[in-house]
Design a protein around this ligand. Structure first.
Ligand code: 5RP
Length: 227
């Protein structure tokens, strides 16, 4: 009888596969989330070969440091060879929705510093069109109502992400609005439009910082998609 791999095992598989993109002697960009945690654990096994990491969240920084991997400030580097991160959705062009872990803004900053974005994901994340996953948007709290009105006018259905009965506060001290029912037909245009709304810190569409490669965990092994 064939034993199906769990989502956790698929995440471990791609987390380990991402090591092949890590450049010896350099600083690696590190994303956030359960898939990236597998990558961080794998990275720890080769930590003596790298200079360290630039991290996209407090959570990843803590995990990296706990495993003895030096963490550099993004302002200490000019460019990174590679950024490794997960996604909530990735389409056939490498456009992504991210921010399920509320780290989207820092993720976009580290991605923008990097020559290559390697997305690691289990196959459930591959979609034909972005928009089924509730789109995370980091918003300055004062602008929440107006931003939600703008999404509602586009047909979206909004909620402010909660933690312990209160609005979740991001690493940047802001809130997250999650938006359902959006049609994101043109991710580049959509990202540019929403990012210009006053009070939006960043939208979770990664089109201008799309993936260059996706390591997709499947039942038959890791598939490499290049964009
Ligand atoms: C965090 C992210 C994550 O990359 C995304 O939510 C995927 O997470 P996971 O690997 O846990 O499924 O964007 O802000």
């Amino acid at each position: 009888m064939t034993k199906l791999m769990s989502q956790d095992e698929l995440k471990t598989l791609v987390g380990q596969a991402a090591l092949q993109y890590v450049v010896a002697g350099e600083i690696v960009g590190v994303g956030t989330g359960s898939t990236v945690n597998k990558f961080i654990d794998a990275l720890a096994t080769i930590k003596s070969t790298i200079k360290g990491a630039v991290s996209s969240s407090v959570a990843s920084t803590e995990r990296l440091k706990a495993l003895g991997i030096p963490v550099f400030d993004a302002n200490d580097v000019t460019e990174l060879a590679v950024y490794i991160d997960g996604a909530d959705e990735i389409d056939q062009a490498g456009y992504m929705v991210k921010g399920g872990g509320a780290a989207l803004t820092r993720e976009k900053i580290v991605a923008a510093l990097s020559k290559q974005f390697v997305c690691i994901a289990d196959e459930s994340k591959l979609v034909n069109a972005l928009g089924a996953f509730p789109l995370p948007v980091e918003v300055i709290p004062m602008a929440t109502k107006r931003v939600m009105q703008q999404f509602t006018a586009m047909g979206g259905s909004c909620s402010v992400r909660q933690k312990d009965g209160q609005p979740l506060v991001t690493d940047n001290g802001q809130h997250i609005v999650d938006v359902l029912n959006l049609k994101i037909a043109d991710p580049l245009a959509f990202e540019s439009t929403v990012n210009q709304w006053p009070g939006v810190v960043t939208v979770g569409v990664f089109a201008h910082q799309k993936a260059s490669v996706c390591l997709l965990g499947t039942e038959s092994g890791v598939k490499t998609l290049k964009f």
